[in-house]
Design a binder for this molecule. Structure first.
Ligand SMILES: Cc1ncc(COP(=O)(O)O)c(C=O)c1O
Length: 361
């Protein structure tokens, strides 16, 4: 695609060029109807087909069992920080949270508004350098679920071993969704926004165990109830049609690439090249996180000084490598290597890093 840069942004983020081109070609006149899909009724035949296809593709790509519902909800993963405890926590049932970084902290803070939610582990004292193991967690009696953040987008750490503490898991998978398999038997609910691995912002995909819906809290406004979304096949109100349409296209692209297994293998290759280049740089590019928790999706790194970091980000942008500035809360640099980041984008980055070091190191 002409004029395209290598986009390392953390989200919204790079999408497959072929998907963007296809959407461009189909946007104005959908299948010869003389109007755009996003101008049509969400209850008409064209959108219904898209909706159902995206739902089945989401199931197919992640191997979701039949006893889970697939829901498309607006409000981002942020709304799920509230919906999860609102729906799942009852009297005398606390929710445990693995506080692994900025996103987990937000999830816990919102849960505490609605129920008895507590930190089963908190990595703050260790500057969120790594994920805990099951033995590190302190899970209270009667805990309804343990909430985990599978990948901390800002801190650049990823959970590779799911906690085994005898309670169902709930996971925010926003930044590594569909880049690894999910062992469904361990989970009651999984959620994530689309705008990293799956499409534009505007839709959050929630997978929830059907049996869980039998006991969720009914004393909530309709939009906030998972059972209402499930009963209406995510069409209780007007869904985010454009986002769902685009997610369907990205899911088809994932299938064509070889599915989640191929995404995971590619993520290992891409992040491996970058981590190896950092290791070979004699600490010019330094990872601030523990080796065994280093994210395959968001590679964070520091340079010797903040001035050099600013210079690096500026020079990289001029070279067509954009979105490398770390999150404003932590500084440094971050390269997000989501599913759609091509290998040659990472190779270009590694080449640029070597040149920059040769110049300024
Ligand atoms: C891990 C994680 N959780 C939650 C969020 C918040 O998502 P949203 O902006 O869709 O509400 C983000 C956003 O970057 C994220 O990375």
């Amino acid at each position: 695609m002409t004029g395209h840069v290598a986009n390392f942004s953390a989200g919204p983020s790079t999408l497959p060029a072929s998907v963007l081109e296809e959407a461009r070609d189909q946007l104005v006149d959908y299948q010869g109807t003389g109007m755009s899909l996003i101008e049509m009724s969400h209850r008409g035949p064209h959108y219904t087909e898209v909706h159902n296809e995206t739902t089945s593709l989401a199931r197919e790509v992640l191997g979701v069992p039949d006893d889970f519902e697939v829901l498309f909800i607006q409000g981002g993963a942020t709304l799920q920080f509230s919906m999860v405890p609102m729906n799942l926590l009852g009297e005398g049932e606390p929710g445990g949270y693995v506080v692994s970084g900025s996103w987990a902290k937000k999830a816990l803070a919102d849960a505490q508004v609605y129920g008895d939610a507590y930190a089963a582990w908190d990595g703050a004292a260790d500057s969120f350098r790594g994920m805990p193991s099951s033995e590190d967690l302190e899970v209270r009696a009667d805990t309804r679920y343990l909430h985990v953040t599978s990948n901390e987008t800002i801190g650049g750490i990823q959970m590779f071993a799911w906690p085994d503490v005898g309670v169902p898991l709930v996971a925010d998978m926003s930044s590594d969704y569909m880049s690894r398999p999910v062992p469904w038997e361990r989970f009651d609910l999984v959620y994530g926004g689309a705008q990293k691995n799956l499409g534009p912002s505007g839709v959050t995909i929630v997978f929830v165990r059907k049996s869980v819906l039998e006991t969720t809290n009914r004393d909530l406004g309709a939009y906030l109830r998972y059972d209402v979304h499930a009963d209406g096949d995510s069409l209780y109100n007007t869904p985010p049609v454009f986002s769902i349409w685009m997610v369907g296209k990205v899911l088809k692209w994932i299938v064509a690439q070889g599915g989640v297994a191929a995404m995971e293998a590619a993520a290992r290759t891409k992040s491996g090249i970058l981590y190896d280049a950092m290791a070979a740089s004699e600490d010019f590019y330094r990872s601030p996180v523990d080796t065994d928790s280093r994210s395959l999706m968001n590679v964070v790194f520091r340079l010797p000084t903040e001035d050099l970091e600013a210079e690096f980000v500026g020079a990289a942008t001029e070279a067509g490598l954009v979105g490398l500035k770390g999150h404003r809360s932590v500084g440094g640099c971050r390269a997000s290597l989501y599913n759609a980041m091509p290998l040659d984008g990472v190779e270009a980055l590694v080449g640029f890093m070597a040149e920059f070091k040769a110049d300024r190191g």
